[in-house]
Ligand binder design. Structure first.
Ligand code: PLP
Length: 406
């Protein structure tokens, strides 16, 4: 495959830096990806030239900034193939998107209703439902998985009953890398008339996401994990649900008319966008999508899959003591591992001293880690700019630290 990774690396100034005199190897892409210069340039340009509040002014700068924000909304719509920009809500990120759905869909839940999640959810797809439990007597039902990290679909089908009100599952596990069969999950839920939220935080930068093909009712993701800026994200919502849901927060721009007695709400999507949005970073997210699509999501996926295969094979062949968690047949480029019984923090700290950034800990998925009998793991995850040479450096570093730890 002709994928000129060295050419793309030049777009990311952070990758030029060194750590402890060694070149940086950034393998913490699941937590956040690095940002290409075009995205930072868009932020700078907006701050220097057109920073004016959106949807609020007749003056030229406000009109320009509004046009940039709304162009970004149209860009996101096309990127995920939503039917209409009314279905694209700008949020602070995946977490806020899921909280919005839990709070607003949850408004219509009855005591005794049930929400199906999976054992591999990030805390941001567990805790919002638990917060809802303060208002409603709802139950969480959990889809189990097998030892490879694949969801048990028979068990999933068995969880439905007349109380099931919602299904909320991750597209890709941030620990195991498992790519869940979201189309099948949605189809089953819809057979029962149950809406589905997909947590797309880990899928959006690694594979093509088409919300109409998946047929989900909600899809949430964050810009900072897709080469974009921090602080913004997107919640896709099917129009028919968004119309029925009450607003999430109250404030400016989400209203049609306010009096002291009564308020009517703005049309979609603004009903869900109270207050001044992060319009500068929304405009910059547009550039991040342009950037990914100029390379090609499919090509990015293929490149990352090659790195995943290469790194997994070398780790398995050269380190009998390494255990890799997550061996699903369809898996994104995430490798969570234990080096013997070495504490993952020690692994992470020693790798850092060699210029290699991996994540360690529970990865905001404590129930999953507990189900594996673990408190934490080390995790290496790849993005479009990572190389085979970096994997070689990582393997060499593991060889160096192994005798220190075991
Ligand atoms: N869901 C998954 C699967 C994640 O991996 C993450 C972040 O790592 C989130 C949700 C939360 O994303 P954010 O912190 O950007 O809201």
């Amino acid at each position: 495959m002709n994928f000129d990774v060295e050419y793309y690396r030049r777009d990311f100034p952070a990758l030029q830096r060194t750590l402890y005199g060694r070149p940086l190897t950034y393998f913490d892409n699941t937590a956040t990806s690095q940002t290409p210069k075009c995205v930072v340039d868009a932020i700078e340009s907006a701050y220097y030239n057109s920073k004016a509040n959106v949807h609020r002014g007749v003056h030229t700068m406000s009109q320009e900034m509004t046009a940039l924000q709304e162009a970004a909304r149209e860009r996101v719509r096309g990127f995920i193939n939503a039917e209409s920009t009314e279905e694209i809500i700008f949020t602070r990120g995946t977490t806020e998107g899921i909280n919005l759905v839990a709070a607003c869909m949850g408004d219509s839940f009855k005591d005794g209703d049930e929400v199906i999640i999976s054992v591999m959810e990030h805390h941001s797809n567990i805790v919002p439902w638990q917060l809802l439990q303060r208002r409603k007597d709802i139950k969480l039902r959990v889809i189990p998985m097998d030892e490879c990290g694949v969801l048990n679909m028979d068990a999933y089908r068995g969880l439905f009953n007349e109380h099931t009100a919602m299904v909320s599952v991750t597209h890709v596990s941030n620990v195991l890398g498992t790519v869940n069969p979201v189309k099948e999950i949605v189809a089953e839920a819809h057979r029962h008339g149950v809406p589905v939220l997909i947590d797309g935080a880990q899928a959006i930068s690694h594979r093509k996401v088409d919300v109409r093909d998946i047929d989900c009712d909600f899809y949430a993701f964050s810009a900072h994990k897709m080469y974009g800026p921090t602080g913004v994200g997107v919640l896709y919502g099917r129009k028919s649900w968004l119309e029925k849901m009450p607003p999430y927060q109250g404030g400016g721009e989400m209203i049609a008319h306010v009096s002291f007695d009564h308020t009517t709400y703005a049309d979609l999507p603004f009903k869900f966008e109270a207050g001044t949005p992060d319009f500068v970073c929304i405009a910059a997210m547009h550039k991040a999508i342009d950037y990914m699509e100029s390379i090609g999501i499919k090509r990015i996926e293929e490149h990352e899959q090659e790195l995943l295969k290469y790194a997994t094979e070398r780790m398995a062949a050269e380190f009998p003591q390494i255990r890799i968690y997550g061996n699903a047949p369809v898996k994104d480029a995430i490798i969570s591992f234990m080096l013997g019984d070495a504490h993952p923090y020690d692994v992470g700290l020693l790798l850092d001293k060699q210029g290699i950034a991996v994540r360690t800990g529970h990865h905001c998925a404590q129930p999953l880690l507990e189900s594996l009998g673990l408190e934490g793991v080390a995790r290496a995850s790849f993005a479009l700019y990572n190389t085979r040479e970096e994997v070689d450096r990582f393997i060499a570093a593991l060889h160096r630290i192994e005798p220190m730890l075991l």
